[in-house]
Design a protein around this ligand. Structure first.
Ligand code: AMP
Length: 543
């Protein structure tokens, strides 16, 4: 028997309408690319989002159209998140750290019709303009006074909004309508697109609002260092307005001193980002001999938070929440705030628990399996491939049946590519990565893609790219080469070849020559053995 309750579709636009009415004074503070600090509120943002929505429609955008963004964390980017999805179009966030080749690929694959870019990225688009799809409309996210001379046809963001009505009746559509698109690295080949729905996004915002930081509340001031252009800034653009928390957007400067000063001035309570970013902040805190005013909570994820980092923050009285998730999970899967009955544990015990990746949030189921797909016990010892299932987890990739089929198991669970154990209290511990990827400063590098390019060099017989631990970046790529007999491939030549396909930060930090590569029982290169062999390898810039 079916119940008798209304079925109102979940819509992203309703989050901002709610925030404007119920949390009108909560702030959105942005360090702008124009160089100043901009302040607004959810109440003041809503009419601008309505204007932007009308402007998008005037440009011919509507249901299902992909509208791309290439921008830092700031209020205009937030406005785009809401206006694009509000009219039923799809907000495609582009990661500016991708190589031009990858960027052009995803713009083409997504079928973007408009691209909104921050001032910072005008020179980049000038370089790429002849390779962009015909008909892609470009909008620079600034006002008339700051509009640069661009070498391409560009619209001005504030001009687009000017004169548009400041109210809108958001259209109704099925809650499974696509709302956002975010590409993530494949282990090989091209990036894969996660296509979020209104339903998944709203549910994720509610899950996150309940969980972090224990839980989000009106009046809290949150700094998302995690970018709007990658993993939806961990869902904060939705969870913060929903709960009435203020958003403090850092713009492009993410070094320790800039973050410290912003946090200090804005009394940031909770700051969210990858471990690399917090190393910079910790150095600044040590130099200044104090923490920023009001700072009490840090959410660390994207890569494993080192125990020493957790200890440093906790000893300063800053609560650390170690979280884990993925682009494909909207992205938050677990969070590491300790339940009340564990709050009294010794610092050592707390650090041991917080070094794990936390416990699942509502709406996320976890399972670990062995190589045959059999479920393993949650005893904190057995480690296996981690699979997830839930309300905000992708069921496949955008227009990529092959990657979709590979990602989902027979029972409908999504394979994360992480190797993990789960203890009896539900704490997840990520042990290793089955996917052939390197994560440097929170961003991906595909080992296989690098290897494919290197293998084309005539002096290379075989090669492997592995992750080597790095103090600042977490991991950096090391290229291990087996030369053809009697040859020694020129290092610079290899780097030049790679430089044609990859961003500079994705190139290996070092090259070592070996006679042969270790193999697994099935004859594949054993990356595990290589990683163990080179775990202490000193990279030239590691210091
Ligand atoms: P992304 O889609 O870029 O967010 O990357 C997701 C992947 O990053 C996960 O599958 C993990 O491999 C890794 N990851 C994310 N958070 C953590 C964490 N707290 N500890 C270890 N690895 C993490």
């Amino acid at each position: 028997m079916k119940g008798l309750m209304m079925h109102r579709p979940l819509r992203i636009a309703d989050i901002l309408s709610y925030a404007a009415e119920i949390h009108p004074a909560a702030e959105v503070v942005s360090v702008r690319t124009e160089g100043d600090v901009h302040r607004t509120t959810y109440a003041a943002l809503a009419p601008r989002v309505a204007q932007l929505a009308h402007a998008l429609r005037a440009q011919g955008m509507g249901l299902g159209d992909r509208v791309a963004t290439l921008a830092w964390n700031g209020y205009r980017h937030l406005e785009l998140y809401y206006a694009i999805s509000g009219i039923g179009a799809v907000c495609h966030t582009i990661n500016p750290r991708l190589s031009p080749e990858q960027m052009l690929y995803i713009i083409g694959h997504a079928g973007d019709r408009m691209l909104f870019l921050d001032l910072t990225f005008v020179p980049l688009i000038e370089k790429l303009k002849d390779h962009l799809p015909a008909g892609l409309r470009l909008v620079v996210m600034t006002d008339r006074a700051h509009m640069p001379d661009t070498g391409f046809d560009a619209l001005c963001y504030e001009d687009l909004l000017d004169g548009q009505p400041a109210a809108i009746d958001w259209p109704e559509f099925d809650e499974d309508t696509a709302a956002g698109l975010c590409y993530t690295s494949g282990t090989t080949g091209n990036p894969k697109g996660t296509l979020y729905t209104h339903r998944s996004t709203v549910l994720h915002a509610m899950m996150l609002g309940l969980s972090l930081p224990a839980p989000l509340q009106p009046g809290l001031r949150i700094l998302p260092v995690v970018p709007l252009f990658h993993v939806n800034a961990w869902g904060l653009p939705y969870a913060a307005p929903l709960t009435g928390a203020s958003l403090i957007f850092p713009g492009p400067a993410l070094d320790g001193a800039s973050l410290f000063n912003l946090m200090d001035a804005e009394h940031v309570f909770s700051a969210w980002g990858v471990p690399t970013v917090w190393l910079g902040l910790l150095a600044e805190i040590r130099q200044k001999g104090r923490i920023p005013k009001g700072f009490a909570d840090v959410v660390v994820g994207g890569s494993a938070a080192p125990r020493s980092m957790i200890a440093a923050f906790e000893e300063m009285g800053v609560n650390v929440c170690h979280a884990w998730g993925m682009t494909e999970m909207s992205p938050v899967g677990t969070q590491g705030n300790l339940p009340p009955h564990m709050a009294g544990l010794s610092l050592d015990d707390r650090l041991a628990l917080k070094s794990k990746q936390g416990r699942r949030v509502f709406g996320v189921d976890l399972k670990i399996v062995d190589e045959a797909g059999n479920r393993l016990p949650h005893d904190g010892i057995a480690a296996g491939q981690l699979y997830v299932r839930g309300n905000a987890i992708c069921s496949g990739y955008f227009e990529n049946p092959e990657a979709s089929a590979a990602a989902i198991d027979a029972a409908g669970w999504f394979g994360t590519g992480d190797i993990a154990s789960i203890d009896a209290d539900g704490f997840l511990s990520i042990q290793d990565r089955a996917k052939d990827l390197i994560k440097s400063g929170g961003e991906w590098i595909s080992s296989i893609d690098l290897e494919n390019v290197v293998m084309a060099h005539p002096d290379v017989a075989n090669c492997a790219v592995i992750a080597v631990p790095h103090v600042k970046w977490g991991e950096r790529p090391l290229l291990v080469v087996v030369p053809e007999p009697g040859k020694s491939p020129d290092r610079q030549e290899l780097m030049d070849m790679l430089g044609q396909h990859f961003a500079r930060w994705q190139l290996p930090d070092d090259v070592v020559e070996v006679d042969s590569l270790p193999l697994t029982a099935t004859g594949k290169v054993s990356k595990l053995t290589l990683r163990q062999q080179y775990a202490d390898h000193r990279l030239p810039e590691a210091g």
